[in-house]
Design a protein around this ligand. Structure first.
Ligand code: 5AD
Ligand code: SF4
Length: 466
């Protein structure tokens, strides 16, 4: 065999943005592994570099262009010393939204492909390798069903906590958001395919699965292989997944308030494996702004959903996303957001200044809010959210929590895991052999972003697979 063909090739993947991109990056690595590509953590000398990009806010997109600038020297250096070329690829939502512009602005980019085309990567790479730099490739189709059908069946080992994409795209068209344009129309994977992927992960040691989707609770996958032609809701899927022995924890993200149905609420009551922590973006507390955002719910709807969820599971806690400075947001509208935060309480949250995205309806709205007003509102909102997060963490002191240990800490004998509420929890006196155990810890320390705990004697459940 040709020496070059058999040699391992170095692949550097950089992921920006959401968990769906983290998942997609893993799948790209799975697709390229049979071609001899092995992941490295430095772009210098790599045979292929993939930037898996995010377009959700302006800052995220800008980072891609500055990283491309830095890559130029790596590409030149590799090609100057007589080695093979470095293929530079831009994937993800910037690729989808600005593919042609990217190619024009950045001559070092050999390949641009959108989020629905990763299964075609081997073919694109072969073409790029043959092309010697002349045939630049752009693929921004939306064959989403094909993507899920053609990605390799054998998923790579993802560790004790793993992601599974169950739906992609969004039909909600919030007026600020690029997702319906970059990820396309809503598509749900068939339930049995998801169960198969979950079982494979569990067989490789995974104990916790986070179901991913841009609008995950719009999930309505076919349940055909079960002999049951009806569509599965997310509630049904959670119940089916909970039957898998060795799968101990199930989460899902990101949800839309409008798609929280009674079946899903009941799953939070009936299925102990469904963790009592829910990321439920509200964006704003002002009905006027929510309407202009086309969120299809108002503040009262959101409060009512939270009430129902907490009635189903009193231990349930929430996180959320907020946008401040949406076009036309007045001081009073912003006060309504603060009031909603005070009323509902969130144990964790992400908040952003509104960022006009090209092609979205809100970017063309009048009454754009000045930058300094946005910054001031963001600071006030974040102070309130931080207060609530700290209060929750402090209230954990003295409580016992089940923690899935999934990484080593900085110090000897220190391990880190996740509480049911996703807080990182640090514990001493354990060893690498304890990774993958779910242990009961008594919480002794609270910090703004983490907890410290001590082992409760005789606790813990073993891993499935060594
Ligand atoms: N500007 C600011 N924040 C945005 N988000 C989405 N689009 C924008 C935008 N144009 C935020 C929302 C969403 C999260 C993923 O990103 O809060 O829930
Ligand atoms: Fe974007 Fe979420 Fe609205 Fe869909 S529901 S348009 S992904 S913010």
């Amino acid at each position: 065999m040709d020496r070059k063909e058999s040699a391992t090739k170095k692949l550097f993947v950089k992921t920006y943005g959401c968990q769906m991109n983290v998942y997609d990056s893993q799948r790209m690595q799975d697709v390229l592994a049979p071609l001899g590509y092995q992941s490295v953590d430095d772009p210098a000398g790599a045979d292929m570099v993939i930037l898996n990009t995010c377009h959700i806010r302006e800052k995220a997109s800008e980072k891609v262009f500055s990283d491309l600038g830095r890559l130029r020297k790596h590409k030149k250096a590799k090609e100057a010393n007589g080695s093979d070329r470095m293929i530079v690829a831009v994937a993800g939502c910037v690729a989808q939204a600005e593919g042609a512009e990217l190619m024009r602005r950045e001559p070092i980019v050999d390949m641009v492909f959108g989020p629905q085309t990763y299964h075609r990567l081997p073919e694109m790479v072969a073409r790029a390798n043959r092309a010697m730099g002349f045939d630049r490739i752009i693929d921004t189709d939306f064959p989403v069903e094909e993507k899920f059908d053609h990605l390799p069946d054998q998923v790579s080992q993802q560790g004790f906590s793993a992601f599974v994409a169950i739906q992609e795209g969004c039909d909600k068209f919030c007026t600020f958001c690029v997702v319906p344009y970059t990820r396309g129309a809503e598509y749900s994977r068939p339930g049995p395919d998801i169960l198969r992927e979950a079982r494979q992960l569990v067989a490789h040691g995974t104990r916790e699965i986070t179901l991913l989707g841009q609008n995950v609770n719009a999930y309505h996958g076919a349940g055909i292989a079960d002999g049951d032609g009806a569509e599965w809701s997310l509630g049904r899927l959670l119940r089916e997944l909970a039957k898998i022995d060795g799968l101990d924890r199930i989460r899902y993200t990101t949800s839309h308030p409008r798609d929280v149905d009674d079946d899903l609420i009941a799953a939070h009551r009936d299925v102990p494996k469904v963790m009592p922590f829910l990321h439920l973006p509200v964006q704003s507390g002002s009905d006027r702004v929510l309407q202009a955002m086309n969120r299809k719910h108002d503040g009262a709807d959101y409060r009512a959903i939270v009430e129902k969820l907490k009635a189903a599971n009193p231990g349930l806690a929430l996180s959320s996303d907020f946008i401040v400075g949406f076009p036309g947001e007045s001081d009073k509208d912003f006060e309504d957001t603060l009031q909603l935060v005070r009323d509902v309480t969130f144990i964790q949250a992400y908040s952003f200044k509104y960022s006009p995205r090209p092609g979205t309806p809100a970017s063309a709205m009048e009454l754009q809010v000045p930058e300094d007003v946005k910054a001031d509102r963001l600071a006030r909102l974040q102070a309130l959210l931080a207060e609530q997060q700290i209060a929750f963490n402090e209230a954990c002191i003295g409580q016992e929590m089940d923690v899935l240990l999934d990484r080593m800490g900085k110090y000897d004998g220190q391990l880190v895991g996740r509480s049911p509420y996703m807080q990182p929890v640090y514990v001493k006196g354990l060893s690498e052999a304890d990774l993958g155990r779910i242990v009961r810890l008594k919480i002794t320390e609270a910090r703004p972003n983490s907890l410290g705990g001590e082992l409760v004697e005789g606790s813990g459940s073993e891993r499935n697979v060594a």
